[in-house]
Every structure is written in C-alpha cells, then in structure tokens.
Design a protein around this ligand. Structure first.
Ligand code: ZN
Length: 430
C-alpha cells in the first residue's frame, strides 16, 4: 500500500485540518445511522421547551465538588461513597508509570483505543474488548454514557439542555443492561482501563452539544455524575457491589457526542479538574497540545484507500464512505470494506511508528454495522499494533499523565514533526 506522508500542506501547525469531506456530513449521518441500527429518536425535535427550564434539574441533587478536595484515608478497606453506588478502593493498579524521556530516547509509540457509550448490551462488546485488551496487554478508554445507568422508568430525572425532560437521542438501557454494564465498568477499572464520559442524551445537530452554552454543558456534566453516582438509588439494585472508584477522581475527560461543542465544553470542563478532552472534530497525526490548559486528543486523519485522501479514525467515518445509505450494506462487499478499514488504521499506525511517533487515536462505538466488520477491523489492529516493539496501548488518562512529565521544549520539537518524519532523536529529545 502506498504510504502517504501525512504532510500538512501549508503551515507546519495548522489550527485545524482542511475540513475533510467525510466529516462534514458526520452529524447528519449519525442521526440516520442511529435510527437504522435500532436506536430510538425520542422527541428530540420540534420541542418548544425553553432553554432555561431545561437547565439544572436533576443535576442539582449531586453537585460534585472540584476534584481532590478531600483525601480519603488509605486503611486498606473500601470506603463506600454516597448511596453506595461508588467507592474508594485505593489508587488504580497497573497504570503506566509516567517518566520523562531520556536524552536521545525514541518515544514509545502510544496507541489509544477508545469506546463511545460503553454499554454492555446484547452484543457483549464491552466484555469482548476487555478480553481482547487483556490478551494484548492493552489499556483502553471507555467513555460511558450517563443514562446507560439510568432506568427508563426514571428517565424524567434527566433534564437535557434544550430538550424536553426525560428525552434522549438514544435508547435508555434495560434493567439487565444496567446490571451488566455495572459489572463491566467494575472489571474494566480493575483491569486498569479508564472510565471517561460520553455525557448523557447524545444530542447532535440543532440544539445538540454544538449549540450548548457553558452553563448547559455544566448541567449535562453534573447530570452525568448524578446518574453514575446514584445508579443504586435509581435502580434499587442494592445487592450489587459499588463501583470500585471515586467518580470525582476517576473521570478526567470525555468525548462529546458527534464531536460537537468542544469550545464551550472545554470552558465547562475546567470546573471538574479534567485533564484532557477527546472531542476535537479531527486533526492530523501530530503530537498533542493543550487547549485551555487541557490536553486536546483529537480523532486523526488517516490515509484511506491508498492515501488518496484522509479519513477520520472512527468507525462511522468508514461506514459513511463505504455504505452511506445504510448500516447494512451489500454483504458481498464486507470483506473488502473490512480490509480497507484495517489498511487505513495500519497505514496511520505505520506512518507514525516509523516516523514521528505521535500517538495514534482510534475512536469507535460498540456497533454491528455492516455485519460487524468495523469491530473485526479493530480486533485486527489491536493484534497487529499492540504487539509491536516499543508500542504502548494505553488509556487517554495514562497518556495525559505521561505528557505532563515531559520537558515542554521536547514536546515543542515533537509537535513540529510531520507524521511520517523520523527525526534525529538525539537532537529532538534532549
Ligand atoms: Zn457517540
């Protein structure tokens, strides 16, 4: 396969890439694909509910304090928090030890696999990816949707910005899904994975995250903490163990639905002590920088179909280019489409692995579009990439911690590299 250099056409560090044709239509497409894949659009449009009345609401019940204000004592026992939905069980184990690069050292190749939604549904994809991660010594980031721990019967607790109370653009979970998801979240955290947020109602387009004010984003975030922090009260499943982590410490970033609204989201995120945001609507494969004091981890432009153009490193980008009319395209084409997806991921991987070593970010949903070929593609990429020398498949949280201990001047030189550019490491890393 022809390797694209990924070289940026003009400025060395553009603010954002030229809008890729595939991405422009992503929002509209997501709404369509959601319907097609069995999601339910719940009175999301045509509402007359005022913005003001939608604010606050259920979120007021639990206003998380800024992080790290109190330090639970470490006495080796679990400290149950709040209504028993969460607990403090000590620092998370098996995390990447953040160490500064030594002079002349080639950086590790970081790869982050991230999952939007993180429901353990009938497809059992959450547990599948935990198993896969274990087999290849990978940590991943699971962006949990808050209402996936809110029973449908309690949907009126959710007051989404600019939408009627109790509404969402995705399905509320079944009782069994909530129990299964709690079990997977518990296991995932113990495995060393990160739990982040995909917020709540998955509203895109008009009146979605892109239209929300800073205050509306805060309301959405508060409600995420509320639903995840009170799943036991809301479900009545008092027989289950609490989640093994303190939400106010564990949640350090998220990805906005449809990658919409990052500007105001970043302003809101500061109040929660978040360290990164993965909502950027796309950038080149370059070393990350901070926006508003928070690490910006965008989805990336990968060479697609031999590098004639670049597509975003997310499943529905591939779906859109391959079968824009349906999530169930022509089965005869599945093998070729799966191959093209794997090739794009691996072309992006190889470009930086043999080049600048900029971290590779891959974002996906748990879905079964086109017979599950995009899941199979990621399976293959995990197997191919995470086993290579110097590769670290980590969570966004681990990467943020690693970046935080690097010398600013070194990061500055790394950021000046084009994706395929393999520099003299002795002068780049000093
Ligand atoms: Zn999503």
């Amino acid at each position: 396969m022809k390797q694209s250099s990924g070289r940026r056409p003009e400025a060395r560090r553009p603010r954002s890439p030229a809008a890729p044709p595939l991405f422009v239509t992503l929002t509209a497409f997501f709404a369509v694909s959601s319907l097609a894949s069995g999601y339910l659009m719940l009175s999301g449009t045509g509402t007359t509910a005022s913005t003001t009345s939608a604010r606050g609401g259920a979120g007021l019940r639990h206003q998380p304090a800024p992080r790290a204000t109190e330090k639970p004592e470490r006495d080796g026992r679990t400290q149950v928090l709040g209504d028993g939905s969460t607990s403090y069980t000590g620092p998370q184990k098996d995390q990447l030890k953040p160490e500064p690069l030594k002079p002349g050292e080639k950086p590790p190749q970081f790869v982050v696999f991230s999952w939007d939604g993180a429901l353990q549904g009938d497809d059992k994809l959450f547990s599948h990816y935990r198993k896969t991660a274990k087999a290849y010594h990978a940590h991943m980031t699971f962006f949990l949707t808050g209402i996936y721990l809110l029973p449908k019967a309690k949907r009126d607790l959710y007051a989404p910005p600019q939408h009627p109370r109790g509404s969402a653009a995705i399905d509320f979970p079944t009782d069994a899904h909530i129990r299964d998801t709690v079990e997977q979240l518990t296991g995932a955290w113990k495995d060393g994975h990160e739990i982040g947020t995909h917020f709540n109602g998955h509203f895109c387009g008009a009146k979605g995250g892109g239209d929300w004010s800073v205050e509306e984003w805060k309301s959405e975030i508060n409600q995420f903490y509320d639903f995840v922090g009170h799943w036991k009260t809301n479900t009545g499943h008092t027989d289950l163990a609490p989640l093994p982590f303190d939400l106010t410490k564990e949640i350090t970033g998220g990805r906005a639905p449809c990658l919409e609204g990052q500007a105001n989201l970043l302003k809101a995120a500061k109040n929660y002590g978040w360290r990164y945001d993965a909502s950027s609507p796309g950038d080149f494969q370059i070393w990350p920088t901070k926006k508003n004091g928070i690490w910006d981890f965008p989805l990336q432009m990968l060479p697609y179909e031999g590098g004639d153009y670049q597509g975003l490193s997310m499943d529905f980008n591939f779906l859109y280019s391959q079968s824009p009319e349906s999530t169930k395209g022509d089965p005869a084409k599945y093998p070729r489409w799966q191959r093209a997806s794997v090739d794009a991921y691996m072309a992006g991987f190889n470009r930086v692995y043999y080049g600048s070593r900029a971290p590779l970010f891959i974002g996906n949903h748990f879905e079964e579009w086109n017979g599950g070929i995009y899941m199979k593609a990621v399976d293959e990429v995990i197997k191919n990439a995470c086993t290579k020398k110097d590769v670290r498949c980590v969570s966004f949280k681990e990467l943020a911690a690693w970046l935080d201990v690097q010398k600013p001047a070194t990061l500055e030189r790394l950021r000046a590299l084009d994706p395929a550019q393999s520099p003299d490491w002795s002068t780049t890393v000093r």
